[in-house]
Design a protein around this ligand. Structure first.
Ligand code: NDP
Length: 326
């Protein structure tokens, strides 16, 4: 028997989460059984621990959209017991049982070998949020980062913190948008040289174009902020759209695309092809300073998850939570 965070739904449709003991036979089918060492808390985890957000198909459910650990048993030639692995995406923790348990059973195709230079704890300090931040930076690079500062929205959150640290380490000037002024020192310690208060950039404007300010943008917020940022991009610059912490609507005009050649790049981490996953994890090991990563970490255990899930939905989690599942 081992520990798992089980989310149940009652007859009235209300969900509740608690740590319970389950057995190996309770796990879903899959080729590889992993002894989970660490998981983390992403925005989607908040939904899956709590109301479900249309993501969870069946209850009882084990959330946790990412995990890192050691292979315990494998029916697939690519993995053998003792291998260190990491998993993000593929709707694990939503449609399939996830990482908030001491063991997980998954498809071999969903796993990535732990990259050299990272241990399982560091891999989950990065987690889906950091992996996605890396994908966003890679997409900006592929399209060319321009002269001006790179803007990171939702900067004190998980995606934003990792994007800030990577971009600064790569030598870019980084401006971080935050609604939490108390995180200024933290963001500067990650490498942001400028803090933009959320209210300065959160409102819609009638002007489709403003001054050409940003040489690139990693956007975790969406909504009115993304619409506004599009009109502030330098000629030919790109915005990597990662998240919707501020809303899914996009109240924008096409003018920045037509008159300034601005690019809006969609970033999806869930169905990302294997080769690009490897490339992103290798870049993380190389381009994300581990001392900066450590400064983002807030440790937690399975029992802390119901509260942390609610906190992240309110935008109150700073940096990255690392859940010690062992
Ligand atoms: P976090 O909650 O850690 O970070 C989001 C940040 O956005 C908050 O910390 C806050 O930053 C800011 N924010 C929150 N609410 C608002 C608001 N109403 N208006 C403006 N800013 C707001 O989440 P993650 O970093 O883990 O994820 C960020 C987003 O990216 C989420 O929407 C998530 O679903 C998405 N995502 C997408 C992925 C993909 O594959 N495309 C993968 C991973 C995440 P601050 O306090 O600094 O203002």
């Amino acid at each position: 028997m081992f520990n798992a965070l089980i989310v149940s739904k009652d007859d009235e449709g209300k969900t509740s989460a608690a740590v319970e003991q389950i057995g190996i036979d309770d796990l879903p089918e899959g080729e590889v059984t992993v002894s989970v060492e660490y998981s983390t808390v992403n925005y989607k985890d908040g939904l899956c621990i709590g109301p479900g957000g249309g993501l969870v198909r069946n209850y009882p459910h084990v959330p946790g959209i990412d995990f890192a650990g050691t292979v315990e048993a494998s029916d697939d030639d690519r993995y053998k017991p003792g291998d260190k692995v990491v998993l993000t995406g593929w709707r694990v923790g939503e449609a399939h049982w996830g990482g908030y348990a001491q063991k997980a059973r998954v498809k071999a195709d969903w796993l990535v070998p732990l990259p050299d230079g990272l241990d399982t704890r560091q891999a989950m300090a990065v987690g889906t949020a950091g992996f996605t931040a890396m994908l966003a930076v890679m997409a900006l690079e592929d399209h060319g980062i321009r002269k001006g500062p790179v803007l990171v929205t939702g900067a004190a959150g998980g995606v934003g913190s990792v994007a800030t640290a990577i971009l600064a380490n790569l030598g870019h000037e980084v401006a971080g948008v935050t609604g939490r002024p108390e995180t200024e020192e933290y963001l500067k310690s990650l490498g942001a040289s400028r803090i933009v208060p959320r209210e300065e950039i959160n409102e819609t404007t009638k002007r489709p174009l403003e001054g050409e300010t940003w040489g690139g943008c990693v956007d975790a917020v969406g909504g009115a902020m993304l619409a506004r940022v599009l009109g502030q991009m330098e000629y030919g610059a790109s915005v990597a759209a990662v998240g919707l912490a501020g809303g899914a609507a996009l109240p924008a005009t096409v003018i920045p695309f037509l008159l300034r050649g601005v690019n809006l790049l969609g970033i999806d981490s869930v169905m990302q092809p294997y080769d690009n996953r490897l490339r992103a994890w290798q870049r993380i090991a190389k381009d994300l300073p581990m001392d900066k990563l450590e400064s983002m970490v807030q440790p937690a255990t399975l029992g802390d998850l119901p509260k942390l899930g609610a906190d992240i939905l309110k935008g109150q989690v700073k940096g990255r939570v690392v859940v010690d599942v062992k």
